[in-house]
Ligand binder design. Structure first.
Ligand SMILES: [Zn+2]
Length: 313
């Protein structure tokens, strides 16, 4: 069994990130599996200098260890997405050749204008209306070139309906509208998260994906990509996120407590792990515990299923 944690080092590791990392680590270690650390720095312009090392230091301080990662290498290196672009391009070429992807010359404004009906919009923006799907690739490339850019590449979702079983959420029914033609590669040449995560999990032989349930919605897209590329699909377990005391999702705006701040205040890692464990219902509140001590008998099935609030530290 192989599990992983895949942080985006665009900010500091906060308690919500740490809790998801802990649960993914416990899931792998309690199954005697390998644990992989992969840095999701596709958006590397947004990664501050030193941010990756700070995340690795925080995880190590919490007592979470990994068998493969950017700092220690491994059989499936590199473990930074910013160094794996050739693999994403190769996957996109296969999808283009198989007719499962197509170039798109539309700008964001074009998509918004063509989508029209407001109900076709979700939090990813308006649903793509299929403008370029039936056009000849040469024509699309010429249209994009006339606007001074390269075309984006989109997946030919075709309204495919994908249901799946999640370890925590159980049977997740397909979205009624089916898959949209989501972006695989942006016009600036950067691979989209949806594609990179699928290519990497398969290439790194990841068998279980434990991650925050904000990604539950994007799982059908990833399963569709896995199938279109003929890759094995991992099992999924989407764990509840941590909320602030007022019920908001942790984000930069809500100024979540950073693990580094807790360290700087002199708290021992066992106090932080203890608070995270209590928030997941693994231990009573206020009991310090090491990550290693939580491994025996751990089961994701036993964690609290509602969004968590980590009590003040
Ligand atoms: Zn288009």
């Amino acid at each position: 069994m192989r599990g992983r944690y895949a942080p985006s080092p665009t900010g500091r590791l906060h308690l919500g990130n740490a809790r998801t990392a802990l649960l993914a680590w416990l899931d792998a270690r309690s199954r005697g599996g390998a644990f992989i650390l992969r840095v999701e720095d596709l958006d590397h312009a947004r990664v501050p200098a030193g941010a990756e090392q700070a995340v690795l230091d925080d995880l190590a301080w919490l007592g979470l260890d990994w068998d493969e990662g950017p700092d220690r290498g491994g059989p499936f290196a590199p473990y930074r997405q910013s160094e794996r672009g050739g693999r994403y391009d190769a996957a996109i070429d296969r999808l283009l050749a198989a007719g499962r992807a197509f170039p798109c010359a539309c700008s964001r404004a074009d998509v918004a204008r063509a989508a029209q009906a407001p109900h076709e919009a979700d939090e990813d923006g308006p649903r793509y209306p299929g403008t370029c799907r039936g056009l000849a690739a040469d024509e699309v490339r010429a249209r994009a070139a006339a606007q001074g850019r390269a075309p984006a590449i989109r997946f030919a979702g075709g309204g495919e309906r994908i249901d799946f079983v999640d370890d925590i959420h159980g049977a997740v029914p397909a979205d009624a509208a089916g898959l949209d033609d989501f972006v695989l590669r942006r016009a600036d040449g950067t691979a989209a998260y949806q594609l990179a995560v699928v290519v990497d999990d398969a290439a790194m032989a990841v068998t279980r994906v434990v991650r925050g349930d904000d990604l539950l919605r994007s799982t059908p897209r990833q399963i569709a990509l896995t199938r279109a590329l003929g890759l094995p699909a991992p099992a999924f377990a989407h764990v509840p996120l941590v909320l602030t005391a007022s019920g908001e999702r942790l984000a930069k705006r809500t100024r979540p407590e950073a693990v580094a701040d807790l360290r700087a205040r002199g708290l021992p890692p066992a106090a932080v792990i203890g608070a995270l464990a209590a928030s997941a219902g693994l231990r009573g509140a206020g009991l310090p515990v090491s990550a290693r001590e939580l491994v025996p008998g751990f089961s994701l099935a036993g964690i609290v299923r509602i969004p968590a609030i980590v009590s003040a530290l």
